[in-house]
Design a protein around this ligand. Structure first.
Ligand SMILES: Cc1cc2nc3c(=O)[nH]c(=O)nc-3n(C[C@H](O)[C@H](O)[C@H](O)COP(=O)(O)OP(=O)(O)OC[C@H]3O[C@@H](n4cnc5c(N)ncnc54)[C@H](O)[C@@H]3O)c2cc1C
Length: 641
């Protein structure tokens, strides 16, 4: 029997979330932690369905701080007698790594408290856990891969090694990249009626893993595919030319000159005005960059799209080499990362490995493989028995150096949990939270630093996990993943086939499986940061019911010919809503060229007394290795100050 989630729970997804607001009050003043939400029996946030990611209960305090209403209504802070060497704000990969690096330097007795506003640790590296037909199935709620556009640094790669992660070896041992192909499943493209005139799913035959086989792309297959699409003659010819043509659209320029030109125009401009394609071709490519940068090709430089592998540049003879934001290089992954290995819960496994190293009693086991199925004892994350503690459902609201407060040295950190506010002291503080929140936490920062911190506002996106009864409809249609360039969900795919430790993902279409759906809300035509703003607003006002309706509608339309019936086949839904998702990466089309050292992330992350700043925002990119690198820097700054 599947663990059927009653439909009313879908419709009331927020109520399924374990948030601070919904659980008992903390009994911190009396010196016990017994009332803390995370200590309640059965507390296991990864199994919550409904609206996850930045779930209800996680962001309201931060928003009221931003809006200037928090202190008007807040209770008087209650002093807490606990004393720490270090308090870290943010329990994502960067915060956890900061705790790790600090303890490495200071010694095993280092007393560290990590405050996290969500009901789980990991930050974006979150786990979605389902039990379908009684069997564990996992998906990443956020961070998917141990990948990066640049090789992992010695520190990030070193941490991976310490955690036992050899991504390349794990890929060889645990991934089954050929499973779907062996079942005859390939890729489909869904042309939605609203964008392309009529709903149509066009299936591409299962092909070799080209990236690995080194085979040339097959033009005949592409022609066959295009013949089935809604595109008419000229548009079809243009797509074929863009995909396969060896045309130099910028004759007479050197490679460097071409690259310079391509860095100043969008890919959409390149297609329309340089390659001169039919405008009707654009929707086919519009969302190709959404998953990478959160906006479409209208707002992404053509040069970055070339580096990302988008077509049209084959005849330009561009010399290999980095584009500003895309410098994938052969062997770049060997040093710590892999764009092919995926823990079943994504990089949540990295967060769990870190927590196990920091608080061994909280997660049993001892290998990189057993972490996947190891249960977390949430009630052991914040106890007197461990020098390192993780306090969930706790939003930092003020962080002050001694000079700006009533204490004689160190820092004072104030946080809110539920309706209560607590005040703590520590030797120092690392802000491993989001840069744009820091000006509200540290009002004593200079205006210049605040302005720089405000610049790094994150990119919104949504990853949704849908449990379905079986994947016979996918088998009948011959697809394992679908790109839907114009639809609400831009991609839908069967979960990655992985076998690791005791975990085995489904292998037979008769078994239940998880689908991964993604959406990047944005508003084509506006500058990138404006598009993100519109997308964030959209996420804030989109209810779970709307997400659910969009899921049911789109899956029904895409998969009907395979016999999919959403009412019968959908078992569970978790919408991971990330209004503050990817760290912002400067976009050469819209951002100024600051002099070296004057970029907002450099100015923003400056040490402030006993407070330093970590988080991937401080590296102006959205990758796990950067979150680790910034943690390393922030701890180093503290120790050398
Ligand atoms: C959907 C998605 C997919 C991604 N996929 C990949 C990928 O495949 N590969 C990759 O390398 N990277 C990926 N990334 C980026 C990667 O997840 C991040 O770069 C990295 O995890 C950031 O870690 P962090 O600790 O710096 O920040 P976060 O993970 O954001 O953690 C910071 C934490 O601080 C908390 N916080 C903020 N303010 C406060 C406060 N006032 N009090 C207490 N806590 C606070 C936040 O809620 C958050 O939990 C992805 C990101 C997203 C959103």
């Amino acid at each position: 029997m599947a663990r059927a989630i009653p439909r009313r729970d879908f419709l009331n997804g927020a109520a399924m979330t374990i948030g601070a607001a919904l659980l008992p009050e903390i009994d911190r003043a009396s010196g016990t932690n017994s009332g803390q939400p995370q200590n309640q029996t059965g507390y296991n946030p990864p199994t919550s369905v409904g609206l996850r990611g930045s779930h209800p209960g996680s962001f309201e305090i931060a928003h009221s701080l931003r809006d200037g209403t928090f202190w008007k209504n807040a209770a008087t802070p209650e002093p807490v007698s606990e004393k720490y060497d270090l308090i870290i704000v943010g329990g994502g990969i960067s915060g956890l790594a900061a705790a790790y690096f600090y303890r490495e330097s200071v010694g095993p007795g280092a007393k560290i408290l990590i405050l996290e506003n969500h009901d789980d640790f990991g930050g974006h590296a979150k786990r979605n856990e389902f039990h379908l037909d009684g069997k564990l199935q996992l998906l990443n709620g956020g961070t998917m891969l141990i990948d990066s556009p640049t090789p992992y640094s010695a520190e990030a790669a070193g941490l991976m090694k310490k955690l036992g992660i050899d991504a390349v070896a794990l890929d060889k041992k645990c991934s089954d990249h050929d499973l779907y192909k062996s079942l005859g499943l390939g890729t489909g493209v869904f042309f939605d009626g609203e964008t392309f005139g009529a709903d149509r799913l066009v299936v591409e035959a299962a092909t070799e893993d080209r990236e690995n086989s080194g085979d040339a792309p097959d033009t005949a297959k592409l022609e066959e595919f295009l013949a089935k699409t809604p595109f008419k003659g000229p548009a079809r010819r243009d797509i074929l030319r863009i995909e396969r043509g060896e045309i130099d659209y910028l004759p007479g320029l050197t490679s460097a000159e071409k690259k310079d030109r391509l860095s100043r125009i969008s890919y959409k401009d390149f297609l329309l005005n340089i390659a001169k394609v039919e405008p009707s071709v654009i929707p086919f490519y519009q969302t190709r960059t959404n998953g990478e940068w959160g906006v479409g090709i209208d707002a992404e430089p053509a040069l970055d799209c070339w580096a990302l592998g988008l077509p049209g540049f084959q005849g330009l003879q561009l010399e290999p080499g980095a584009a500003p934001r895309m410098s994938y290089s052969a062997g770049g992954y060997a040093n710590g990362g892999s764009d092919r290995f995926h823990f079943p819960d994504g990089n949540a496994s990295i967060a769990r490995l870190l927590v196990r190293v920091l608080i061994p009693s909280a997660i049993p086991g001892n290998s990189v493989e057993d972490i996947v199925t190891a249960p977390v004892r949430y009630d052991r994350l914040d106890t007197d028995n461990s020098p390192i503690r993780i306090r969930l459902n706790s939003t930092a609201v003020r962080v002050r150096n001694a000079a700006h407060s009533n204490i004689s040295r160190g820092v004072e950190v104030t946080y809110a949990s539920g309706k209560r506010v607590f005040s703590l002291r520590a030797g120092a503080c690392v802000l491993a939270c989001w840069n744009m929140t820091i000006p509200y936490l540290c009002p004593d920062l200079s205006d210049k630093q605040k302005e720089a911190l405000h610049y790094l506002v994150k990119v919104p996106l949504v990853y949704t996990s849908v449990g379905i009864r079986n994947w016979i409809s996918f088998q009948k249609l011959g697809i394992s993943n679908i790109n839907a360039p114009g639809a609400y969900w831009n991609s839908v795919s069967l979960n990655w086939p992985v076998k690791i430790g005791d975990y085995q993902s489904p292998r037979s279409p008769e078994e239940p499986i998880l689908l991964h759906l993604s959406r990047t809300p944005c508003k084509p035509g506006l500058p990138a940061r404006e598009q993100h703003k519109v997308g964030r607003m959209e996420l804030l006002v989109t209810s779970f019911e709307t997400f659910e309706r969009k899921i049911r509608d789109q899956l029904a339309r895409m998969l009907a010919a395979g016999g999919f019936d959403p009412a019968r086949d959908i078992e569970a839904i978790t919408v991971n809503r990330w209004p503050h998702g990817y760290g912002y990466e400067y976009n050469p089309l819209f951002d100024p060229e600051w002099p070296e050292g004057q970029q907002p992330h450099i100015l923003g992350r400056k040490r402030f007394g006993r407070i330093t700043i970590a988080n991937s925002d401080s590296g102006a990119t959205a990758y796990t290795d950067v979150a680790i690198d910034q943690a390393y820097r922030a701890i180093n700054e503290l120790l050398t100050a």
